[in-house]
Write a protein that binds this ligand. Structure first.
Ligand SMILES: N[C@@H](CCC(=O)N[C@@H](CS)C(=O)NCC(=O)O)C(=O)O
Length: 207
């Protein structure tokens, strides 16, 4: 399998399937494209018909979009809860993340190597943070539904945003965030992101 991704410092979408592949221990080749520089769109389009990352190429199967890739992996690996009711809730949470939280995305974009304590807290962002605290508070230990799954991959970028913007969390959501941060795969991604040379100025939101 080949996974085409963007800059690890910034690309929250790329992190999701990369993390799942790593946690599952699946072998894959990684192709990192530096985003928003001349030639990057062409490089992405060599693989991804949408012109966006992430994109997974598995033999004749090309899967673009982070949630679609996670669903593809979940066909062969236990990334959804076994219980149907829990699965319904997990799917709702994954969809909520995929189509929601627009204010958080805009004002607290992922940026592993920066620290922006307290920045970006518009009233709308605060409301989205409250919703995330509610979701994290309901986590079964250590992850949202016990074992690591699609939902945790979907919410991992938020855990990194909370770290960058130093969002204070009550004990229960803090425990969930710490469990995600402790994943060796996430540590590997964070280290690589922090050491990337490229900067995308429009994503360094607060200097
Ligand atoms: N809904 C898509 C969004 C993908 C997306 O927006 N990717 C951005 C990553 S920052 C991208 O590829 N941007 C590069 C470009 O548009 O040239 C997903 O979940 O995969």
């Amino acid at each position: 399998m080949l996974l085409v991704i963007g800059n690890k410092n910034y690309s929250s979408w790329s992190l999701r399937p990369w993390l799942a592949l790593k946690v599952l221990g699946l072998p894959f080749e990684e192709r990192r494209v530096s985003l928003y520089v001349p030639g990057s769109k062409e490089k992405i389009l060599e693989h991804s018909p949408s012109g966006k990352v992430p994109c997974l190429v598995d033999g004749k199967n090309v899967v673009w979009d982070s949630l679609a890739i996670l669903e593809y992996l979940a066909e062969r690996h236990p990334l959804w809860p076994a219980d149907a009711s829990e699965r319904a809730r997990a799917r709702s949470l994954a969809a909520e993340m995929h189509s929601g939280f627009p204010n958080l995305r805009q004002h607290m974009s992922m940026n592993i190597r920066r620290r922006y304590p307290g920045k970006g807290r518009t009233p709308e962002v605060e409301a989205e943070i409250r919703r995330l605290v509610e979701i994290f508070s309901a986590a079964k230990a250590p992850f949202l539904f016990g074992a690591f799954g699609v939902v945790d991959a979907m919410y991992a970028p938020v855990v990194l945003r909370f770290r960058t913007y130093e969002v204070a969390l009550p004990p229960a959501p803090r425990r969930y965030a710490d469990a995600v941060l402790a994943l060796p795969a996430l540590q590997e991604w964070m280290e690589a992101g922090a050491n990337e040379a490229e900067a995308i100025p429009q994503f360094d939101l607060y200097g």
